[in-house]
Design a protein around this ligand. Structure first.
Ligand code: ATP
Ligand code: MG
Length: 113
């Protein structure tokens, strides 16, 4: 099992959620985060021409734990759905998970996902 943590643009959340549902993923978490990447935020131009810097931008983190065999496919699914081609499209981390337990039945591993 692996946890895919995908940090994406908030406006892409619905597209990514729908794409994951179409790919057969049911369980997931959505976390609203603020973060920054390589550009360390962005410079905005105010109405009067003044500039101001926004250090941390709102993003959405999708956490989904999936069987090893599905990781590559789902990473591609997320990339396709979240992509605009502009800076700030997001980032995906893949983290090993040692076990999962469904509390109701005590099923473990992939069977608990
Ligand atoms: N190294 C990192 N560790 C943890 N979170 C990160 C890291 N890099 C980016 N993030 C998170 O991902 C979000 C989106 O990052 P972003 O898409 O701007 O990455 P980038 O590396 O700057 O790529 P790009 O040049 O396409 O903008 C950030 O706002 C932050 O929440
Ligand atoms: Mg960036």
């Amino acid at each position: 099992m692996q946890k895919i943590e995908a940090i994406i643009r908030p406006e892409k959340l619905d597209a990514v959620k729908n794409a994951l549902a179409d790919a057969g993923v049911s369980g997931l978490n959505i976390v609203h985060v603020t973060g920054r990447g390589v550009q360390k935020g962005v410079i905005h131009m105010g109405r009067g021409g003044e500039t101001y810097e926004v250090d941390m931008l709102p993003k959405v983190k999708i956490e989904v734990v999936v069987p090893d065999a599905q990781v590559d496919k789902l990473v591609n699914t997320i990339c396709d759905a979240a992509h605009t081609g502009r800076i700030g499209d997001g980032k995906i981390f893949v983290i090993p998970i040692t076990d999962a337990i469904r509390v109701r039945t005590r099923e473990r591993g992939d069977a608990a996902l």
